[in-house]
Design a protein around this ligand. Structure first.
Ligand code: FEO
Ligand code: CA
Ligand code: CA
Length: 672
């Protein structure tokens, strides 16, 4: 849809935080061999439902090193709730919910109170915006006292700045000066509202969770100095004016989901970072072009146009301006697209970008359970249409006594190929493997990793319907991934794992590795095809019903009892309208991995997505994030002060992302 130009309006390709680009590479879609395609299509004609039901009834055939005797199924003892379009959070009978840590909550330094007129510097001591992936790190093993660590994916500038009042700004818009420059303090505030929050929270004697002022409390932002490690560190790819030796950069951006390492550190993913960069060069090389940076003088929030021209803002223009790479920021985008390791227990630690986990639009990362003496294995999805699912296998074995992040610096990155017959293979992205040779344009390991997407194209991986979060079943070792949607997939591009053309609703795939998580072969099936009652399938091959319909699975977590928690992100551009109206506001459901039963557990307020979920170790307190409430307020309504959501404060308040605290009235286990 075309809008009239207005302050801060940018190209929609930069503005959409969820799905900014598609894989335009020419490697073949899986199964895209003419004869195979023709025979399979004739098989599918008129019988898609039967085919899908068959694929979904596939039992995972490999015996697994992790599969014990028949694993116990979890209980889903709550009463499913209906869909909702109300500006509130609903949970089942017998549950309590309240919001804490809204954007702007003071946590460190001079503890500046939340206010629209708070400064950019204040924001560096306050909870950021757009809460996303999250983990609870207990202190001394406590279920009532720990560090809540969460990502702040992006921002809505109109809800950050007092100067935005009265302007016709949509959810991507921002105030700017007549000449197109930006106010420095606004840019600082926006950078500081990104990143990660580390905040100590504790339940008092009444069970109420409170923020605790604590030495661990910390904001990591779009400006925090960070080290790069692994094969790309110290190479020419990362040389900038700020870091002539290519080992350092500033900040992390668009942190979507997260991961927790076996040595208890936190990894923040860098997802849609590419949109933040301008680049006026006529020729854009693949290290940027394959990630969506094209010739343009605009970035998502025009930070490179900060009025002062300060170095930390100018760097978001990646144009060649100096005589060499150490005199400009032509390589700055190459310092983004990584997984960032943060040690929440050491507030003085420098975050580290781990380059061997690959460079793409990392949604998040999920580690397989670590086994003493075995490699460390981590899975990560690249969330864009037709992108891939990856896994990293460490070279060195896990040893609990000495394990640390250096395990992520040596190993092998693989990309997944899903075969139509329910088998799959991991293709190594390493020098000399799968066509990754200098003749094919891959000079060495650093070149492969900085160009991860191009390497996966070359290897012939399966183009997926926007891989989002992953989770590992603690009993069986099965790995689940959400595939949120892909409305651009055409009929000729469908395959067994991405079976629907114009896929509006998404699906969840799962697989079992052949031997161990470090192996190179797996068996897969589809856990659920999401959708309405006319276009969905559960594990038993039946359509979803009133208690279970959902669309666009995104957040995913499997709790210690094996409940599969599914969170939805129907885009704010379509939610509560057309084919999506039946789903209401974004929601969270729980599923039984054995039977495939799914029940709706929570519905969120207006305009938001539900993302990020963790419980305390006793499973009696659950934390869930609500991101971008009110985002469906259109520009004219914003100008008139007519917001569609005032959550969580109510009244006439500006809507703010916040964290839900969910408990049971009887003190029981959440979801049981
Ligand atoms: Fe940030 Fe892919 O959701
Ligand atoms: Ca999303
Ligand atoms: Ca997400």
């Amino acid at each position: 849809m075309k809008h009239p130009q207005r302050p801060g309006a940018v190209d929609p390709i930069l503005a959409d935080g969820d799905e900014p680009l598609s894989n335009r590479s020419h490697n073949r879609y899986f199964g895209d061999i003419l004869e195979t395609r023709l025979s399979r299509r004739s098989m599918l004609r008129g019988s898609l439902a039967t085919f899908i039901a068959g694929a979904m009834a596939t039992r995972l055939p490999f015996s697994s090193a992790f599969a014990g005797e028949a694993a116990a199924a979890p209980s889903l003892g709550f009463q499913a709730i209906p869909t909702s379009a109300a500006d509130t959070v609903v949970v089942p009978d017998g549950y309590r919910v309240h919001a804490m840590l809204p954007m702007g909550t003071p946590i460190s330094g001079h503890m500046p109170a939340y206010s629209l007129s708070a400064s950019g510097e204040d924001q560096a001591h306050q909870v950021g915006s757009h809460h996303d992936g999250m983990h609870f790190f207990p202190l001394q093993g406590s279920a009532r006292d720990g560090l809540l660590v969460m990502n702040h994916e992006y921002i809505e500038p109109r809800f950050l700045h007092a100067a935005a009042a009265g302007l016709a700004l949509d959810r991507s818009g921002f105030p700017q000066n007549e000449d197109g420059s930006r106010d420095d303090d606004q840019v600082l505030k926006e950078l500081n509202a990104h990143g990660v929050s580390v905040v100590r929270v504790r339940a008092d004697d009444q069970g109420q969770w409170q923020v605790v002022e604590d030495v661990h409390n910390r904001r990591i932002t779009g400006l925090t100095p960070m080290r790069l490690a692994g094969p790309v560190a110290g190479t020419e790819h990362l040389v900038t004016q700020y870091s002539p030796d290519g080992t350092m950069t500033r900040g992390t951006l668009n942190n979507c989901a997260h991961g927790v390492t076996p040595w208890n550190t936190y990894l923040a993913a860098e997802e849609n970072w590419a949109g933040y960069f301008a680049n006026s060069d006529v020729e854009i090389d693949r290290r940027q072009a394959r990630y969506g940076i094209e010739t343009r003088d605009s970035g998502r929030y025009q930070w490179h146009r900060a009025a002062s021209g300060a170095d930390e803002y100018v760097r978001f223009d990646a144009s060649v301006r100096g005589a060499s790479a150490s005199e400009d920021y032509r390589n700055e985008p190459h310092a983004f697209g990584w997984m960032v390791e943060i040690d929440p227990m050491d507030p003085a630690s420098t975050p580290i970008k781990r380059t061997h986990l690959g460079r793409f639009a990392h949604e998040g990362v999920i580690f397989a359970p670590a086994v003493e003496g075995q490699p460390v294995v981590a899975y990560s999805g690249d969330d864009a249409r037709f992108e891939y699912i990856y896994k990293f296998v460490s070279a060195r074995p896990f040893e609990a006594a000495t394990a640390d992040g250096s395990l992520l610096d040596e190993g092998t990155l693989y990309v997944a190929r899903f075969n139509d017959d329910g088998s799959g293979e991991w293709l190594a992205l390493a020098p000399g493997e799968n066509g990754l040779t200098p003749e094919n344009g891959f000079a060495d390991l650093a070149d492969i990793l900085v160009n991860t997407r191009s390497a996966a194209d070359q290897a012939g991986a399966t183009k997926m319907d926007r891989p989002e979060w992953g989770a590992v079943d603690p009993a069986t070792g099965q790995v689940y991934f959400t595939l949120t949607n892909n409305t651009q997939r055409e009929e000729s591009q469908t395959d067994a794992v991405n079976p629907r053309a114009e896929n509006s609703f998404g699906q969840i795939v799962r697989w079992q590795e052949e031997d161990s998580h470090a192996g190179t072969r797996f068996a897969w099936d589809l856990f659920v095809l999401a959708g309405d009652q006319d276009d969905s399938r559960d594990l038993a091959g039946e359509p979803l019903d009133q208690e279970s319909i959902f669309a666009n699975p995104d957040g995913l977590w499997i709790d210690p009892d094996r409940r599969v928690w599914i969170q939805t992100d129907i885009s704010e551009s379509v939610m509560n309208s057309g084919i999506y109206e039946v789903f209401g506001n974004n929601q969270m459901l729980a599923a039984n991995p054995e039977t495939g039963e799914i029940k709706r557990f929570l519905t969120g307020p207006v305009g938001q997505e539900i993302t990020g979920v963790i419980t305390t170790p006793d499973q009696r307190t659950m934390f869930v994030n609500v991101q971008h409430p009110g985002a469906t307020t259109d520009a004219d309504a914003f100008a008139a002060g007519d917001l569609v959501s005032h959550w969580p404060d109510g009244g006439s308040a500006i809507p703010r992302s916040a964290t839900l605290v969910i408990t049971r009235e009887d003190g029981g286990i959440i979801g049981a």
